[in-house]
Design a protein around this ligand. Sequence first.
Ligand SMILES: Nc1ncnc2c1ncn2[C@@H]1O[C@H](COP(=O)(O)OP(=O)(O)OP(=O)(O)O)[C@@H](O)[C@H]1O
Length: 861
Amino acid sequence: MADSLIETIRRDLGRAQAAALAGRAAAQRRLADAHARHARMEAAAAQVPQRAGDVREQQLTALETAHRESVADTAADAIRAALASAPGSAGDPWSRWQPTPLRRGSVPGPVRIGTVPPGVPALVPFLDWAHVRITGTDRARCDAVLAALLLRTLGCAPPGSVRLTGYDPDQLGGGLAGFAPLSPGGLLTFVGPGGLGRLLDELVDHVRRVNETVLAGEYPSLRAYAEATGRRPEHWRVAVLLGADEPTRHEQAQLARLLRTGVACGVHLILRGLPVDPIVESDVTTLATVSADRFHGMPLTVEGPPAELVTAGCRTIAAQAAEGPEPIAFADLLPDELWTHSSAIGLTAPVGEASDGELVDVSLADYPPHALIGGPSGTGKTNLIYAWMGGLAARYSPAELEFYLLDFKEGVSFARFAPGQRDPSWLPHVRLVGINVNTDREFGVALLHFLSRQLRARAEAAKRHEVTTLAELRAEDPTGHWPRIVAVVDEFQVLLSGRDALAAEAATLLEDLARRGRSQGIHLVLASQDVSGIEALWGRSALVGQFALRMALPKARRILNENNPAAESIPRFHAVINADSGALPGNRIVRVPMASDRESWSGLQLRLWQRRPADVAPPRLFDGDAVPVFPQNRVPTPGGREPVALLGETIDVAGEPARLRLPRAPGRNLAVLGTRLEEACAVLASAGRSLAAQFPDGSARFSVACLDPDAMGPAGDLHAALPEDTEWYDVDTVSELFAETVDDASGTPHFLILYAVDAARSRAAGPQDHLRRILHSGPERHTHVLGWWRGVGRLRDDLGGMGARLDPIGAWVALDVHGGDLATLYPKPGGPSWYPRPWRALYFDRTVHRNAEAIIPYGLS
Ligand SMILES: Nc1ncnc2c1ncn2[C@@H]1O[C@H](COP(=O)(O)OP(=O)(O)OP(=O)(O)O)[C@@H](O)[C@H]1O
């Protein structure tokens, strides 16, 4: 399948290149024909006797005009075609020439050596296409052709990828003097007068080696190899042979071999003066003879480069070559065609290149199922994740691969995968992005729970189909939706930090996912800059063992085996990839391209986004720094079985509202506990507004009482948002509300929304008795209190003081109240584990919860 694809691509590329060359050659032929026709006409005209009449003269003028126009058109075509096929260093005028190297793996086109009338560039195919023989009697013109050919060729090729050897017995290298700056770096060497045979032997050997070990019967030429793979594993070898002596028989034989076989293996000869056996010449298809005088029969104006440009250009090229090859670009990691791979047996994409230029693939599959990425801050972990994700997202469609991404760091590195205000595009594979999660470990745990549920669903489906692996399940259930799931958690050590119930829960979930995820196509990628994260895992050897794929950035510690120091010595932007749990022999060192800057990433995301299937929704974005807005569209509609109050957003994968059901049943009151005024008001506002939406036309009664002057603003806002007949009470009138409500037997639902309700007690004892009775027996009559108490102690006082039963409070939302203080309201000894933090609350409803859950109050505006 892959072979035939490569074959098709190779054929198409070959055809396109051939068509371009043929087009240019045809235009040049037409031009030459037109010139020849013109010459014939002129000759004919000269034969015409003087006595020929005016008529004939006119006919000739008309013919002449038509000819000129046709020549002009053809010439314009030829110029256009030539300019297009020799861009940049291949054809730019010398006045603005500079090296413009092709991307590695590209196939070079022809280069310009001069022009033919009327200014059509004369192009010569060279690297990957032909050997060149330069003929002509004028040495200076021949030198100029050679210099143009060489300098343009060097300027087009990636620096260092062309190795020149000069054989110049007459001038002892003088013919290539300008190219001397290439010598110190080994890009130009000379062989002495007696050295031709040795040079040819060496080149023949090189050809043999390339044929045997590189092409290995799989590709007909390095050009085909490069077209198929986008890589070029060998340098070009260019031998400039300027000899005039008759070669020996052996040299002739070697020359003939190279002429026949060199081009396919990247060995090119430039011959001047060296005789070529006519039999060999007639047999060789890859020898371009270039006369320094005429080109396709037309007079050639040779354009040799100025001497100082040759030196300066070679100096630049030598310097660039010394710096080493340009790092591969992110684009080099991407396949030619998007979304053609199947993830049935695994996920594979390259993350960079090895020192031999080979792309290094990194896989997740049954083995290795999970990855650990480590390196100090700023060493490129995020960039490596981008590079890998890009390669994967380009190969596998969203039906094959889904990402869940969580970043415990401050900052927004994953935010761009979700639609934003500046860039509406999003990555279609991403189902969830969590950013600024640093204080919300609950969100990390929620993701792990979500993945566990996916795992269970897959395991059950596998059982139903009597299979054990994802690959088998997909084969048995081809219409099912079973993408591989990759969950990336950056700075995952945060999840395991804190010796508390949450950390323990996270570790247990991780261990289970790591163990059982492997066969169900659920893969974990955990990244950390901090050894402690790795150490946290180290304590659980069963867990660590599952993370067989290790990626260590420079100076990463403890990601690889203890006796594997490779990460210590790799340069910047490199990584050690090891799919063997960090064992020394498994090391592959890669150079990772820049993938995380906007220019590199955006183009890919846009392409993938434009291709997104219609049924794929944008990812859910959880931003720990954002305040969620009240979800009007999630409020229950009137006519439900029982009223439901929305209190805030749950810290969960779906971000569902936290709901409080208020049926006619004892204990159906809500206590908001703590001193944080804004959050308390936000919770009451959400509850009040959501309840009001379920009771149109005065079918329920709402009463708002505000006993804290600081809460007047928000309480007033809620009052204004509730039905018109909502009553308003303050510290002076609230006792009337209690007195009137305590014996209300009308059965009409009545919601008392009470701000700082504990302040009533300081006034008089009477209202307290009423309030206590309302809390106790109101809910059965559909009278519910949604009250804010500024501390658990104050609530207890309102319910009867020390030892009072807190049963009437069936549900509570705690703000800045520590877990231990909530013990009396919680079924488990010691209370819930809760570390109060801004704009977060802990919600517990004893009728539904086993454990309290963290929520985020909705914003007031
Ligand atoms: N291969 C690369 N080529 C060029 N620049 C890179 C490469 N990798 C990373 N960088 C640059 O280095 C900087 C740090 O990279 P990155 O954010 O990926 O590191 P990190 O290890 O995730 O750091 P932190 O943990 O602090 O977020 C970035 O500015 C990034 O642009």
